[in-house]
Design a protein around this ligand. Structure first.
Ligand SMILES: [Ca+2]
Ligand SMILES: [Ca+2]
Length: 349
């Protein structure tokens, strides 16, 4: 018998290796990626609808995904250049905090939220990730050998320490037999690879999105009440400027609260504003250990002014938070809506 196939022992060994490598972690990541892509697709076609807020929910869930926790000595990168965005930088050399922001710095006392993670980039490249095997074995063991193209720039992390091993590396440099310096030193070690962007001129080892209210008259539709704005999702570009895309129109207020497990008993017990991170100088490590949940409030109106309509109250009450409408002229003529939702950070700790 020439084609005897595998012996039982060989089969068992292979199975054990496959189980170790392709087990729970991979199926979770795969599920994760599929869900994310599905949601992005839905949102892309209806981005002007309140459903666009679902993007914010997704981004909160994925904050921290593919972020390096530790940099090599003397490693530096650049981040936001605009005055409104730069206070939330971790550049030039700190590990990126998954969540940053501040209270009341926007129109009507609204908040400014910043989220960081590889997958937040939305580019085809940033939706990719893989496993790089060391030694003389095949290069990318999962999900497929050639998932990255020569255009994709990637970040390589050591999976336990999340220490970053190589940046930037183009997809065609990932083939380990032949031994690049970014390859795991032995066959039984693996590194994680996260796609970042297809552009060779990127400047930081993560993607970043900023959420804030924009009240620039050129951006706000004419139907919106005076003083309201659009909630934008702004991807930070390589040059440090923001690329804003509207996700919700006629927004009067945007508030984010954070829930922390400060006593480490596994349950979040402390609610703070976003500004707590800056006030207390919490770093990336502290967020991973203690930050558990985000709570978001949005106040906006549907349609335009209606002379035959009277909104019955001067505040929008949302349980633990209320917004005073009386600062908005003619607020009674608009149909005010409120959104209140909570999101568990799935990529911290
Ligand atoms: Ca706030
Ligand atoms: Ca607790």
């Amino acid at each position: 018998m020439k084609d005897r196939g595998m012996t039982l022992v060989e089969l068992m060994v292979t199975l054990v290796i496959l189980l170790l490598m392709a087990g729970a972690l991979f199926s979770v990541m795969s599920l994760y990626r599929t869900t994310y892509l599905k949601k992005v697709k839905i949102a892309e076609t209806q981005i002007q609808l309140p459903l666009g807020v679902d993007l914010l929910r997704r981004d909160l869930q994925y904050a921290g995904f593919g972020l390096p926790w530790k940099f090599p000595e003397n490693y530096e990168y650049t981040e936001a250049t605009d005055a409104e965005a730069s206070p939330y930088n971790d550049a030039p050399s700190d590990p990126p905090r998954p969540v940053v922001g501040d209270d009341g710095v926007g129109p009507n006392g609204s908040d400014y939220l910043v989220l960081k993670g590889s997958i937040l980039g939305w580019s085809e490249a940033s939706q990719k990730w893989g496993i790089l095997s060391g030694g003389t074995s095949d290069n990318i063991a999962y999900p497929e050998p050639d998932i990255f193209t020569t255009e994709d720039y990637v970040l390589i992390l050591e999976p336990v320490s999340q220490e970053f091993k190589a940046f930037p590396v183009a997809g065609n440099q990932l083939f380990c037999p032949g031994g690049g310096s970014f390859c795991p030193p032995s066959a039984d070690e693996t590194y994680l690879i996260y796609g970042l962007t297809a552009s060779a001129n990127f400047t930081r080892p993560f993607n970043r999105v900023d959420y804030y209210l924009d009240t620039d008259p050129n951006e706000v539709p004419a139907r919106c009440a005076p003083g309201t704005g659009v909630l934008v999702r702004a991807l930070l570009k390589a040059d440090g400027t923001r690329n804003p895309v509207s996700v919700l129109e006629c927004v009067a207020d945007f508030q984010v609260f954070l829930w922390w497990d400060l006593d480490g008993d596994g349950t979040a017990e402390t609610r703070t504003g976003l500004g707590e991170i800056l006030d207390q100088a919490y770093d990336a490590r502290f967020e991973r250990d203690h930050l558990r949940l985000a709570e978001v409030f949005l106040v906006y109106h549907e349609g335009g002014p209606d002379p035959n309509f009277t909104y019955p109250r001067s505040t929008v009450d949302l349980g633990t938070y209320s917004f005073d409408l009386s600062g908005i002229s003619n607020y009674q003529r608009y149909r005010w809506e409120a959104l209140h939702f909570s999101v568990v950070f799935q990529n911290l700790r």
